[in-house]
Design a protein around this ligand. Structure first.
Ligand code: NAP
Ligand code: ZN
Length: 363
């Protein structure tokens, strides 16, 4: 089978890169919709964006009501605002939630789509600039938006080439205000992206090279993650590692780790990265039993064996959640219905065993 690698996002990385590149915002149009959450007002990212737009004479509205795990209803509301204010482009500022919401808003502002999840969706969206303030999802370099779907009680991805932002600005200073738990959860999400990308049947030389480099960078900061102490250089490294891992999944997709994790998030509010961290070590152990050569390459990229990886992730996660057996069975069933490009296939019973090992039961 052919392999492909595609990365159309212009990624600009460095201190004060937003303000220093104000000229790059100008060609996007006269009016912007800024899509964000609440924290961007405090970490300097929103002020930098509005300063740049003001200096360029570009008008904007701010839609700052994006919740964690954004819903279809919320992005429809954002699209109405984009249309009403005549936005010609979208600037996303925040973690994966505002960045994903911005993509769906950009799409719905251009197209009337009744069912966002009926594939394929059209490829017309407002152009976007993304500025991450967490170091994890890599959404700034992917064509995916993950939305909460209450009708199906899950989270689901939509994807189209036009959902790739045009530009991503990576400035670690915006992540300095992240509390320890969010820093750890988001870093684990990025580790999971790199490892899951290597497991994909779509993996190729370029995505594997990025995955290895991303894991080298992210796990090189393990002691900082453990201690909760971050210099500006460490913050920048985590952001860079997460973006590289995003470039991996932009090409490979994720694995059943993510699909199983969506249930933990949907039903119990477990943060996305934490959900992946709970599941990934057990999933990899299972992969090893099914495809030892492939999984060995992933442990080599992680720079440790299965046991050390489990211990290190567990040390970051602390006490594990436990849920009733009935729920674990339902989540395994749900994940077995979802198509993934994982090179190692898992039956529903095997997915259940992963959950059993990773989560365990409560009475
Ligand atoms: P998030 O849901 O965007 O943010 C988590 C929390 O961190 C929110 O309370 C947020 O507040 C706060 N926060 C963000 N930046 C902060 C900062 N600099 N300082 C202090 N607090 C800050 O979390 P995330 O892990 O980045 O994103 C998770 C979402 O991304 C999930 O929905 C997941 O499914 C999705 N995802 C998407 C992709 C993709 O390729 N598109 C890949 C992986 C995951 P405010 O939001 O109120 O500012
Ligand atoms: Zn993820």
């Amino acid at each position: 089978m052919d392999t492909q690698f595609y990365m159309p996002v212009r990624v600009i990385e460095g201190e004060e890169c937003v303000r220093r590149n104000a000229a790059l915002f100008a060609p996007f149009g006269r009016r912007a919709l800024i899509v964000t959450g609440k924290s961007s007002a405090a970490n300097g990212s929103l002020a930098d964006v509005t300063a740049v737009l003001d200096a360029n004479g570009q008008a904007y509205e701010i839609f700052d009501r994006i919740p964690q795990n954004p819903t279809v209803e919320c992005v429809r509301e954002g699209a109405e605002i984009a249309k009403r204010c005549g936005a010609e482009f979208v600037v996303a500022v925040g973690g994966g939630s505002p960045m994903d919401a911005a993509k769906a808003i950009a799409l719905l502002a251009r197209q009337n789509i009744g069912d966002l999840f009926a594939q394929p969706i059209g490829n017309d969206a407002l152009p976007m600039i993304h500025i991450p303030t967490t170091a994890g999802t890599g959404s700034e370099v992917t064509p995916y938006a993950i939305l909460t779907r209450n009708d199906k009680e899950t989270k689901q991805s939509i994807s189209a080439p036009s959902l790739f932002p045009k530009i991503a600005f990576l400035d670690g200073k915006y992540t300095e205000s992240l509390p320890q738990n969010i820093t750890v959860n988001t870093a684990i999400d990025a580790v999971s992206h790199a490892a899951e990308g290597m497991l994909s049947s779509k993996a190729g030389a370029a995505s594997d090279a990025l995955a290895r480099e991303s894991l080298r960078i992210l796990l090189g900061e393990y002691e900082s993650l453990r201690a909760g102490e971050y210099s500006p250089a460490v913050r920048q490294n985590l952001l860079r590692g997460a973006a590289l891992a995003g470039m991996v999944i932009a090409n490979t997709g994720t694995s059943p780790v993510h699909t199983l994790g969506y249930s933990l998030t949907y039903y119990h509010g477990v943060p996305h990265g934490r959900a992946n961290g709970l599941l990934l070590p057990a999933f990899l152990r299972r992969c090893f039993e099914k495809d030892a050569p492939l999984t060995r390459r992933i442990y080599a990229a992680l720079g440790m064996d299965a046991e050390e990886f489990s211990e290190k992730i567990s040390a970051l996660l602390g006490e594990r959640e436990k849920y009733p057996e009935k729920e674990l069975r339902a989540w395994a069933h749900k994940a077995s219905q979802s198509r993934k490009s994982c090179a190692v296939s898992f039956s529903e019973a095997e997915l259940y065993e992963v959950l059993q090992e990773a989560i365990g039961y409560s009475e």
